[in-house]
Write a protein that binds this ligand. Structure first.
Ligand code: ZN
Length: 163
């Protein structure tokens, strides 16, 4: 993929504080900003924080998928490639069947910014992949981060299955 197909190459600066690609607005945010938000929500809500962050990922993932359109498998490939282009880590599709979507992510910015943790921390990515799985599987899905770099794994890994 090259040129205008790549997200960053297609970004337009309107000179008035807006970055957009087509009708989709983008915002560059440092990972530590999002992770500080995450840690504050965790301090306030405990375990419920993870689902709040996943909800954010689901919303962003849904918007991205509507913008992409097309067949499910093609959309999965394009969204995973886009994840890398916008700095969410290197996404690799491990498995896509009617019963599961399994994705590996190397270099998650959330895991790196979070620092060592007892469990998975990439809830935003999990939410995006959950929405992606719903499109690919054609029904409601739940995603779990089964390994996370913040918890010492070599890469993060997500498994989504029908609910
Ligand atoms: Zn992770």
């Amino acid at each position: 993929m090259s040129g205008e197909d790549r997200v960053l190459a297609g970004l337009r600066d309107d000179g008035a504080g807006r970055l957009a690609r087509g009708a989709s607005r983008y915002l560059l945010v440092r990972p530590e900003t999002l992770v500080a938000l995450q840690k504050a929500v965790e301090a306030a809500l405990g375990a419920r924080a993870a689902e709040c962050l996943a909800a954010g990922g689901r919303a962003g993932g849904g918007s991205a998928l509507r913008a992409l359109g097309g067949a499910a498998e093609e959309a999965v490939g394009r969204l995973l490639a886009m994840g890398g282009e916008i700095g969410w880590g290197r996404f690799t599709l491990e498995r896509l069947t009617p019963e599961a979507l399994v994705v590996r992510v190397e270099g998650s910015p959330f895991a790196e910014a979070y620092g060592p943790a007892a469990g998975p921390v990439c809830h935003l990515t999990r939410g995006v992949l959950e929405r992606l799985a719903e499109l690919a599987l054609g029904r409601p899905a739940a995603a779990v981060e089964t390994a996370c770099a913040a918890a010492g794994a070599p890469a993060c890994r997500f498994e989504a299955r029908p609910r």
